[in-house]
Ligand binder design. Structure first.
Ligand code: ATP
Ligand code: MG
Length: 571
């Protein structure tokens, strides 16, 4: 174990190493497999979250590094919780997340476990014929009672010794819909005294008279996870079946089923790794569904959610999530990953690529009293100091502009280098201005600042080199785009909202969304969806899908710095 961690921290860009990749490499070297086949097998009962992203990056990443393929398989064996909406969102999210990075290794079509129902049933019949499975009439309650506990062995079902012929007949009649839900199960005949509870004659099929989103009413019996999963892997020729640690105790059953059936060799092998768990969030689909259903968020892709679709809507690049998953690493240790690590990956990814733009989130009007009325001019604004090829854009300047409330203080605190009465500040890419007068309305609210500008302070002018302490952003008033800007913060106030028995709803952060009416530079009206820009000095932003031609809605992807008291990384 200590070894695995050492390997993870020694991971370099060029050669990723972890215990799973080592195993894959060793299997290839030993000639166990000609080609690696992995899979990502979500159950379509919710949207994918950042934890799934880790599994996606691992499975597609391994296929990519070792010249294999990775199947996207819907594990749709439980008709009551699954929906087409989820199937579609999962496909879109996986495609977005792997993007060009692993497009090549993705199986050409999406696979569905439900397509194997007939084959799985055939395997069940084989087990019955071999005397390794039986139809049990115990109801769920009695089934549970006879199962024993971790310290007490279970007791055999009174139906355990049914003759093969009787079992075959009953199984067929189960399939034909002769019995109500819960009346019978098909169980493996293994060992009721096994120290591993999962081997105590586990259920393989249950009766569930329910409509399935793909197979309709063709089936009224459905395989359990344990029976289905190993067979799905086997049918698809999966070489390495990677799953999270809670399935470790299921592995003996995974192997038992395949070992006792006539399946192609080599059989798939299950390997477990620690699930990703992030602080300041909840990850289980059940809890995420509760947030959606009870209206605590605006939907599965509400940008405050930890879902992949929420990150996409919020403007987070797929490569930032992949980078984060790689940094989080693959280990067998259960640990909590700091949300700040994800935020760091997002800033690191966006800083070199996001074009710089001007947006004023809480506008105050500034009138430049000595600037000619009716005149405008074009200033040259740099697009990204981090990228020498990013070039410049023209920015219109005029007599009336907006600046941010935060950049003005009527009674400035010490060391306040922005605008104050009688003080000077530079407008980025433009002139130095001086605040001459603060105009207020009857209620004492600031209506506008009357300032003068120094015409010689523009680049190339006589006083261009004149130093003032502060430089602020601004937006010219006449051309400004009005926008609703949604500022998101962490959805939960506490690092572990669902620790123990805690009611996570009580830990929701009431300030996770703030909306402002902003003024943006004109080019932002045409920003394509999915593209992220930096509003200079403020953070990264993207246009939200709630926008239309005459309504502009922006999301804050992330602020420039971490405001949660950790060491910030500047953008
Ligand atoms: P949840 O527990 O959040 O409801 P799940 O495990 O039921 O999720 P599945 O759709 O069954 O969700 O998961 C698909 C794949 O993603 C599985 O292989 C599962 O092990 C993996 N996975 C799910 N959650 C995480 C996580 N937090 N970290 C890493 N892998 C995960
Ligand atoms: Mg699951």
């Amino acid at each position: 174990m200590a070894n695995e961690q050492a390997e993870t921290s020694a991971e370099t860009e060029a050669v990723r190493r972890d215990f799973i990749r080592d195993k894959v490499k060793a299997d290839l070297a030993a000639g166990v497999h000609a080609r690696i086949v992995t899979r990502f097998p979500p159950e379509p009962n919710g949207y994918l979250h950042i934890g799934h992203a880790k599994s996606i990056c691992l499975n597609f990443g391994i296929a990519r590094e070792f010249g294999g393929v990775c199947n996207l398989r819907m594990d749709d064996t439980n008709p009551t919780k699954e929906e087409v909406e989820y199937v579609e969102s999962i496909q879109a999210d996986v495609d977005w997340l792997i993007d060009a990075w692993a497009k090549e290794v993705k199986s050409p079509t999406v696979l569905f476990a439900s397509d194997y129902f007939e084959q799985m049933y055939g395997y069940a019949v084989d087990l019955v014929r071999k005397g390794l499975a039986f139809v049990c009439d115990l109801n769920a309650e009695d089934f549970a009672k006879t199962r024993g506990t971790t310290t007490v062995p279970g007791t055999d079902s009174p139906f355990r010794d049914r003759a093969v012929e009787e079992n075959l007949d009953l199984l067929e009649r189960m399939r034909n819909g002769e019995f109500p839900d819960g009346a019978k199960t098909l169980r493996a005949k293994i060992d009721m005294a096994s120290p591993n509870i999962h081997l105590r004659d586990p259920a393989l099929y249950r009766i569930r008279n329910a409509h399935h989103h793909r197979t309709g009413n063709s089936w009224c019996i459905y395989p359990t996870y344990d029976f289905a999963h190993c067979l799905e892997d086997s049918i698809e020729g999966i070489t390495h079946s990677l799953c999270t640690l809670e399935f470790e105790v299921h592995r003996p059953l995974y192997d038992w089923i395949l070992d006792h059936l006539d399946v192609p060799k080599p059989q798939p092998r299950q390997t477990e790794f620690a699930r990703l768990s992030l602080n300041y969030t909840v990850m289980s689909k059940r809890k995420l569904l509760q947030l959606v259903k009870d209206g605590h968020v605006a939907g599965w892709d509400d940008p405050r959610m930890p879902t992949i679709s929420a990150f996409r809507r919020r403007g987070v690049p797929a490569s930032a999530i992949r980078d984060f998953c790689e940094t989080a690493g693959v280990t067998r240790y259960k640990s909590q990953t700091d949300l700040a690590l994800l935020e760091h990956s997002i800033r690191q990814t966006l800083n070199p690529i996001a074009p710089r733009r001007f947006g004023v989130l809480h506008p105050i009007k500034v009138v430049l009293t000595n600037y000619p009325e009716g005149k405008t001019e074009e200033l040259e604004a740099g697009n990204n100091p981090e990228d020498p090829d990013a070039g410049t854009r023209p920015l219109v300047f005029g007599r009336e502009i907006f600046i941010d409330q935060d950049d003005f203080a009527e009674i400035p605190p010490p060391k306040f280098h922005r605008l104050k009465p009688g003080g000077e500040v530079r407008l980025k890419f433009g002139y130095i201005i001086k605040c001459e007068e603060v105009v207020k309305d009857a209620s004492g609210e600031i209506e506008e600042l009357r300032c003068t500008y120094d015409p010689e302070s523009k680049r190339g002018g006589a006083t261009a080199g004149r130093k003032v302490k502060g430089t602020i952003h601004w937006v010219e008033a006449a051309g400004a785009v009005d926008a609703e800007v949604r500022l998101y913060d962490r959805l939960f106030r506490v690092p572990e909202p669902d620790a123990g028995d805690a009611n996570f709803i009580e830990s929701l952060n009431p300030e996770s969304l703030a909306v402002t009416h902003a003024k943006l530079e004109p080019s932002l009206a045409a920003l394509p969806l999915g593209e992220c820009v930096q509003f200079e000095r403020l953070g990264y932003f993207c246009r939200d899908r709630d926008s239309s031609t005459d309504r502009h809605v922006f999301n804050r992807t992330i602020s420039l710095r971490d405001s949660w008291g950790r060491q910030g990384t500047s953008g």
